[in-house]
Write a protein that binds this ligand. Structure first.
Ligand SMILES: [Ca+2]
Length: 184
């Protein structure tokens, strides 16, 4: 099934500006119960990743979403103190740009929690950025200070988005890019 996301690049970039504002407001009140020490850092791995695709575009340059064109990318969030030691049980609030709960167009980015631990996405019950979902709240693991999620990125059209993590006012970001490659 194909659906026209009706995007000009202007539309996409205006939407991203609105998302950035929401992120800033949310950072003021992330509801964290577990304060982090000074010098702590919140990391998203990979820090950045890009994919080159031939866009699913018509001759006029309009790009169309193919819902079946995507890649699943493992994301590891980690929180460490100033000495680089892991901080377990750190409160995390996680969002993705262009998720269904942060973006009004087709959600080209979606975060999944591998709840049954089999390493892959098992349908909508593992989706944590559905249209009605609040900001996804979770914690780092006790000893590793890490939390793994799976990011599903649609590969139909070019965009640049981030996975954003907040923990007690500290923030971490991973940048994910789909770049348009010239058609052969
Ligand atoms: Ca799973």
């Amino acid at each position: 099934m194909k659906s026209n996301i009706g995007n000009t690049r202007n539309t996409v970039w205006k939407s991203m500006a609105a998302i950035a504002l929401v992120g800033t407001l949310a950072a003021c009140n992330d509801g964290s119960d577990n304060p982090l020490p000074a010098g702590a850092t919140v990391n998203v791995s990979p820090l950045n990743k890009s994919f080159d695709v031939v866009e699913n575009a018509d001759e006029a340059g309009n790009c169309f979403i193919d819902e079946n064109s995507y890649i699943d990318q493992y994301i590891t969030i980690s929180v460490v103190n100033g000495q680089g030691s892991p901080i377990g049980q750190a409160d995390l609030a996680v969002s993705a740009d262009f998720g269904a709960n942060t973006f009004s167009g087709y959600p080209v980015m979606a975060l999944y929690d591998d709840r049954n631990g089999n390493g892959v996405i098992d349908g909508p019950e593992e989706l944590v950025t559905d249209a009605n979902d609040p900001l996804f709240r979770t914690r780092t693991a006790e000893y590793t200070g890490e939390r793994m999620l799976i990011l599903r990125m649609n590969l139909s059209c070019a965009y640049r988005g981030s996975v954003n993590v907040m923990s007690d006012g500290f923030t971490g970001t991973g940048d994910f890019v789909v770049r348009a490659e010239a058609a052969q």
